[in-house]
Design a protein around this ligand. Structure first.
Ligand code: ARG
Length: 463
């Protein structure tokens, strides 16, 4: 069979060029979207008088049959099928002849591909948003269970100040909340229907675009046919949101990987999310988290690929844009599986409470001591230097800060009194951070409550 566009050509493409040109190997994933959009287009053609009512019925029936062929894995592609659009049109003509040959009246693949991608991404976006929500539920549960566990926080990967573990996990919750909101927000820019734009200038058929919008459940019609067939900003935006979500996950993956090492032993991953070594029998490796950390790379690359693809690309459609689909599908799939695996890791994570303060020495209380001196009226900058000397003396004499005698303390500052020894209490230390957003029990509970409210606010969706 010749190509759908074969009329102008005297020679066919070489086999190599044919394969180079075909997007079918990857865009066949859009078969459902293509069938749906073609059905809506046929309805608009019927309203415009291009198809009779009975012809439209035939088209609708044949499209449904084609859908069943795909569902059953029985749709047969032919060598001349370049992409999902030509494959389905070719099959339609095989099935019903003439009305099938009219389906492309006033229509272009340029608008079809943009339409199919938008239908696809709308539901993919909703799905990943829901997966983030499910992960947030797990994270909040874990935070609730670990509010009373205290561990060192790190800055520069050096021990900084004591925090509640629940406070730490809530930081993941709120980063994910930003990711979820970002993905929800960009939906409105996906939710715009290009059909009716034709190849570039708008269709020559007086199509009722509103009818197609309604049939396909879109919120808006593209207001400019040139932008509609040229722009892929909605894909770029999704790819950024996907990469950002995974960048967030990768940082927590990294912490949990460190924390599951023998040196930290703060947590243990469930066997179900770890794998062994082919050589070293003792090994239990956190591969689930390593893979999540690793897979971020491709999602960043996908965003980079799409931006580079469009940079300086002349308006309107060029075949370059065919390259947009593989990165998009890859980021959707990578984000989906990573969110599911991360949720599983979180749900089964064992916290080794007894180890959390195992490698912490008294210098973790240095800021608490400085604040104590501030409480006695010393300006903070001076207090900082006094405690610096105290820590240095302790390190040189190999003495724990809590073991300093009253006389030794007085030698460093007159302001030290009997209350000094009360400082070395983890609970007291965290409770002092009683500011909105802080690590005191009340403030962490406040965060967990707020999280509940955020999760309860469900977005109203059209489809
Ligand atoms: N397979 C093409 C793509 O994915 C469809 C659009 C083709 N348009 C064209 N004018 N050749 O972008």
């Amino acid at each position: 069979m010749p190509k759908l566009w074969g009329g102008r050509f005297t020679k066919s493409v070489t086999k190599l060029m044919g394969e180079f040109n075909d997007s079918l190997p990857f865009d066949k994933r859009l078969w459902e979207e293509e069938i749906e959009a073609s059905g809506a287009y046929a309805a608009a053609l019927a309203k415009a008088g291009v198809l009779s009512k009975s012809e439209q019925k035939k088209v609708a029936g044949a499209l449904a049959e084609i859908g069943r062929e795909f569902s059953a894995g029985k749709f047969e592609f032919r060598p001349e099928d370049e992409d999902i659009h030509t494959a389905i049109e070719r099959r339609l003509v095989e099935k019903i002849g003439e009305p099938g040959k009219r389906i492309h009246t006033g229509r272009s693949r340029n608008e079809q591909v943009a339409t199919d991608e938008r239908i696809f991404l709308k539901s993919a976006d909703i799905e990943v948003t829901e997966l983030i929500r499910e992960l947030q539920l797990q994270v909040r549960d874990l935070a609730r269970k670990t509010t009373d566990d205290i561990l060192p926080s790190y800055t520069h990967l050096q021990q900084a100040q004591l925090i509640r573990l629940g406070h730490y996990f809530m930081s993941l919750f709120f980063m994910l909340e930003n990711d979820r909101q970002r993905l929800e927000d960009l939906e409105k820019r996906i939710d715009v229907l290009p059909l009716g734009s034709g190849a570039v200038a708008g269709s020559t058929i007086k199509l009722d675009r509103g009818l197609m919008k309604k049939a396909l459940g879109f919120a808006e019609l593209s207001p400019n046919s040139i932008a509609a067939v040229s722009d892929r900003d909605f894909i770029n935006e999704f790819l950024f949101a996907a990469a950002q979500t995974l960048v967030h996950l990768s940082r927590f993956a990294e912490d949990l990987i460190m924390w599951s090492s023998t040196e930290f032993s703060f947590v243990e991953l469930d066997d179900a999310y770890s794998t062994g070594s082919s050589m070293m029998p003792q090994k239990k490796n956190p591969d689930s988290l390593e893979l999540i950390r690793g897979k971020v790379a491709r999602t960043i690359a996908n965003l980079n690929a799409l931006l580079t693809l469009q940079k300086g690309l002349p308006l309107t459609y060029s075949k370059d844009l065919q390259e947009d689909k593989e990165p998009l599908f890859d980021s959707v799939d990578t984000l989906t599986s990573s969110l599911k695996v991360f949720a599983g890791v979180v749900a089964t994570l064992k916290v080794r409470r007894q180890n959390l303060l195992r490698n912490t020495d008294d210098s973790i209380y240095a800021t608490d001591i400085a604040d104590y001196l501030v409480g006695k009226g010393l300006p903070f900058r001076e207090a900082h230097s006094v405690v610096g000397r105290l820590v240095l003396t302790g390190a040189e004499s190999q003495k724990r800060l809590r073991d300093f005698t009253a006389a030794e303390l007085r030698a460093i500052s007159e302001l030290f009194d009997d209350n000094y020894h009360k400082i070395f209490d983890p609970k007291r230390s965290v409770e002092r951070h009683d500011v909105y957003g802080g690590t005191s029990l009340k403030r962490v509970e406040e965060q967990i409550d707020l999280a509940g409210k955020m999760l309860a606010k469900k977005k109203l969706r059209r489809r």
